[in-house]
Write a protein that binds this ligand. Structure first.
Ligand code: CMP
Length: 138
């Protein structure tokens, strides 16, 4: 249930560069279990809905174009304190700290390799965006 699940996405910049396996290794090495996972691609409507909270921001159109430009990997991760621990693992959107996944794999603020949920509530919403609840809730 919420509290030990978070939603992760490997973004098109990272899948295109062949970083998927290395990024999954980082997640598993940090103690996360994979509860559900799929290699897929978002269309424009899906990307606009997934990032709906950013609609109207200057970077929104570029973000949607980027997120629909290639394949993504949608992942439900499980670990105690999942949301906070995962956010620490991937690093901040701006100037991610050394040792974080974004410091290692991001190419820019927009093309930043991975997404992570910012709260337990949004984790459940984002997991449910890509998966049926029976796929990740037991
Ligand atoms: P993420 O944190 O996964 O979710 C929102 C995304 O919008 C963020 O990653 C970046 O990919 C993108 N983003 C956020 N802020 C900016 C910005 N100032 N300029 C460009 N892209 C941004």
């Amino acid at each position: 249930m919420a509290g030990n699940l978070t939603f992760s996405m490997i973004k098109p910049d990272a899948t295109a560069k062949g970083y998927t396996g290395k990024i999954l290794d980082r997640f598993i090495g940090a103690g996360f279990g994979i509860r559900a996972m799929k290699w897929t691609r978002m269309n424009r409507d899906e990307a606009e809905r997934f990032y709906g909270v950013h609609k109207g921001k200057p970077f929104f159109d570029d973000l949607v174009a980027f997120m629909t430009s290639g394949n993504i990997v949608a992942i439900v991760l499980q670990k105690d304190n999942a949301v906070a621990d995962y956010r620490q693992l991937i690093g901040a959107t701006f100037d991610p700290a050394q040792g974080t996944v974004r410091h290692q794999f991001a190419e820019s603020t927009q093309c930043n390799a991975v997404h992570g949920s910012d709260s337990d509530e949004n984790a459940l919403i984002e997991c449910s965006f890509f998966f049926a609840q029976k796929d990740f809730l037991s």
